[in-house]
Design a binder for this molecule. Structure first.
Ligand code: IMP
Ligand code: ZN
Length: 354
């Protein structure tokens, strides 16, 4: 009889071979330790007296509050303060997802950010990211969402919409839409007219909704836009702090939910994985996509998220396969593209199960 250890090894090998899509990855939250070390060396060449708390503050302990996570983002932003750093980060993050997690299609998201001290503007930052995306030689398709930070002003958010619209046309669809993220306790209803305008112009919307509890009114308003995908959605289901109306708004039009298990448990919005609403949504056949959120900050990977889901929710190899394949239905691409990507996945199926 196979031991538990053998079973786990078999499962890990299967998941490593599984082709995947990643639909919820914040660029700067996805930076690995190796890249951080590389950026520190570069920064010190420029400024020998520079001292960063990044070295010891990067997320050694697994348990953090949301405030801890946001403190880490500031440290990372301090390090990625110029176009070269943005380009290195983009290149490394794409390579890691492609090579380590066997991701074949990824939608990265990032907040346009200016750094007056180095001359980096919001647009030169985004252009550096796009240029690194184009140069990638990995076997992976990469798209970009521009993020609106909940803490920002309406004017800034409107600028982000204009930039996304312009760059989508200019890059022939490398930029595909908008994300709404940032401190989930900050109200976001003021951005709704901008989000509606974005939809009107054909941009896709992936919005962080109900990442924390007690945001029922805001969640209802954001779901009514409606978004094309929901980030987290931890408190929408009636069994998890939501209610019947939020369930209807989410499940009626089957708005896919980006599930970030480690992120939710580490930041404390979900106490233990077994309590995660992922199981409730699966039970009613709602489209769910396993994602990392911030693989650097939360010390995870997409493989680890699949392993965790398999273990905690008792998923068979076939169920894991279906979960990954069906994620393709939720990507922000054309029908033809999805069909081709599914064919690519299916051509890898036999090797996966062997
Ligand atoms: P960036 O946009 O590439 O700089 O990635 C980091 C940013 O993503 C953070 O400053 C936040 O605004 C956002 N972010 C990352 N993770 C989360 C999350 O779990 N909830 C809300 N916002 C997040
Ligand atoms: Zn997120």
């Amino acid at each position: 009889m196979a031991s538990l250890h053998d079973e786990e090894s078999r499962q890990r090998r299967f998941i490593e071979k599984l082709p995947k899509v990643e639909l919820h990855a914040h660029l700067n939250g996805s930076i690995s330790q190796q890249t951080i070390q590389r950026l520190i060396v570069l920064r010190r060449q420029r400024d020998p007296s520079w001292n960063s708390s990044c070295e010891n503050a990067t997320l050694e302990s697994r348990s953090k509050t949301l405030a801890d996570c946001f403190a880490v983002f500031s440290l990372l932003h301090d390090l990625v303060d110029n176009e070269e750093a943005a380009s290195i980060v983009t290149n490394d993050v794409i390579r890691e997802f492609a090579q380590d997690d066997n991701v074949k299609y990824i939608e990265l998201r990032t907040t346009p950010r200016a750094m007056p001290a180095t001359g980096m503007t919001k647009e030169s930052y985004v252009r550096a990211v796009l240029s690194a995306m184009r140069k990638s030689e990995e076997d992976i398709t990469v798209r970009l969402l521009l993020a609106i930070d909940r803490r920002t002003s309406i004017e800034d958010a409107a600028d982000t919409l204009e930039m996304a619209d312009r760059l989508r046309k200019e890059t022939n669809g490398l930029v595909i839409g908008l994300d709404l993220s940032g401190d989930p306790t900050k109200p976001a209803e003021k951005f709704i007219p901008i989000l509606k305008e974005a939809k009107k112009r054909g941009l896709k919307l992936a919005l962080h909704i109900a990442e924390v509890n007690n945001m029922t009114d805001e969640s209802r308003a954001l779901l009514s836009v409606p978004p094309d995908r929901i980030g987290h959605g931890v408190f929408l289901h009636p069994d998890h702090g939501g209610n019947a109306q939020l369930l209807r708004l989410t499940h009626g039009p089957k708005i896919p939910i980006e599930i970030c298990l480690t992120s939710n448990v580490t930041s404390g919005t979900v106490k233990v994985i077994q309590d995660h609403c992922f199981s409730q949504w699966r039970l009613i056949g709602h489209p769910c996509i396993l994602c990392t959120d911030d693989k650097g900050v939360f010390s995870t990977s997409l493989n680890e998220e699949y392993i965790l889901a398999a273990k905690e929710f008792h998923l068979s190899f076939e169920e894991l396969w279906d979960l990954s394949l069906q994620s393709i239905d939720s990507i922000f691409e054309s029908k033809e593209f999805k069909t081709e990507l599914k064919a690519k996945f299916l051509s890898a199926k036999e090797r996966c199960f062997s």
